[in-house]
Design a protein around this ligand. Structure first.
Ligand SMILES: CC(C)(COP(=O)(O)OP(=O)(O)OC[C@H]1O[C@@H](n2cnc3c(N)ncnc32)[C@H](O)[C@@H]1OP(=O)(O)O)[C@@H](O)C(=O)NCCC(=O)NCCS
Length: 159
């Protein structure tokens, strides 16, 4: 897991924002894939300037291939820190999202000193909900955010 680099744009566009299956449960946008990928990379890199955390690019160690993103971001609208993740289809089902999300949650509590981390998904995104549960997050409520009906999971820092 490392910050995004400008050279990630092609792979990030093709593997995440250019793949309808990956986008299936994410907020709908009219923005073209490449622009959406660039905006997201810019948003993540800018996030590092405002907070001691942000989502990383995740790269497969063996191949050096960009797999997607995972990490923490602050949601201004609800003033909570969210763990988020998206992987290219070729890398699904190998435990990578669980590994990356766990590392992000641990980083948030141990290194950043956060008090609470949440996660959001549309209810039918079972894979995402399993990742949250593997990280110890617990379902709290249903919410509407970014035009989506979402399930809201959370984990408080252990005292
Ligand atoms: C959600 C996502 C990141 C999961 O990635 P992954 O690397 O396949 O996840 P893992 O391999 O760590 O598996 C997590 C769990 O989900 C389960 N799972 C994976 N795909 C599934 C599917 N299509 N349906 C139901 N469960 C699924 C796995 O079996 C595993 O559960 P288990 O440990 O109880 O067996 C990936 O599917 C993805 O990128 N989806 C598109 C983007 C997205 O929806 N992001 C989340 C937005 S909230």
């Amino acid at each position: 897991m490392r910050p995004f680099e400008p050279t990630d744009l092609d792979a990030y566009t093709a593997r995440i924002f250019g793949d309808a299956e990956v986008l299936r449960y994410l907020p709908k946008r009219d923005t073209p894939a490449r622009e959406r990928a660039q905006r997201t990379m810019d948003f993540f890199n800018d996030h590092w300037n405002q907070f001691p955390y942000a989502p990383w690019a995740i790269v497969e160690k063996a191949s050096g291939e960009l797999m997607g993103h995972c990490g923490l971001r602050f949601i201004t609208e609800i003033r909570e820190t969210e763990v988020l993740y998206a992987l290219a289809k070729d890398f699904w089902g190998k435990g990578y999202a669980t590994e990356a999300a766990r590392a992000s949650v641990e980083f948030g509590f141990a290194k950043v000193g956060l008090e609470r981390i949440i996660a959001l998904a549309v209810p039918e995104n079972i894979a995402s909900r399993r990742v949250m549960e593997h990280c110890g997050l617990v379902y709290e409520k249903d919410v509407q955010l970014f035009g989506l009906d979402c399930v809201y999971y959370a984990l408080n820092r252990k005292t």
